[in-house]
Design a protein around this ligand. Structure first.
Ligand code: ZN
Length: 117
């Protein structure tokens, strides 16, 4: 573990720009010199493609970053969703198919507390 590298990476995750390119989530510098230097120090490409995770929309096929959690289709789970799907939920649209990793996450919640393991 390199504390300085870990701190730099945490800063980039917090302040880097989130986006989508070629249908995949990315984090990028936005042309800001401090972020460019940080990406270079980390050895990261700009943009850096990001693996699907709980930071990415739970809706199947959606590569967008999440903007809200827990309020959409809340009778079926505590879903993490993007701006577009948040609007769809507010418009009472039917719940789309969710990603298997999200379904598995919701199924792992404690039935009493609702906490994840
Ligand atoms: Zn979405």
């Amino acid at each position: 573990m390199n504390k300085c590298r870990d701190a730099l990476e945490a800063m980039v995750w917090q302040f880097g720009y989130q986006g989508v390119r070629d249908g995949k989530p990315i984090i990028w510098t936005g042309g800001l010199s401090a972020l460019e230097e940080a990406f270079e120090a980390l050895g990261w490409e700009d943009p850096r493609f990001v693996e699907d995770s709980d930071a990415i929309c739970d809706v199947e096929g959606c590569p967008e970053w999440t903007v809200s959690q827990g309020v959409a289709w809340e009778d079926t789970g505590y879903w993490h969703i993007c701006h577009k799907h948040s609007a769809a939920a507010r418009n009472n649209e039917l719940q789309p198919q969710m990603k298997q990793r999200a379904i598995d996450r919701e199924a792992s919640r404690d039935p009493i507390t609702g906490y994840l393991p």
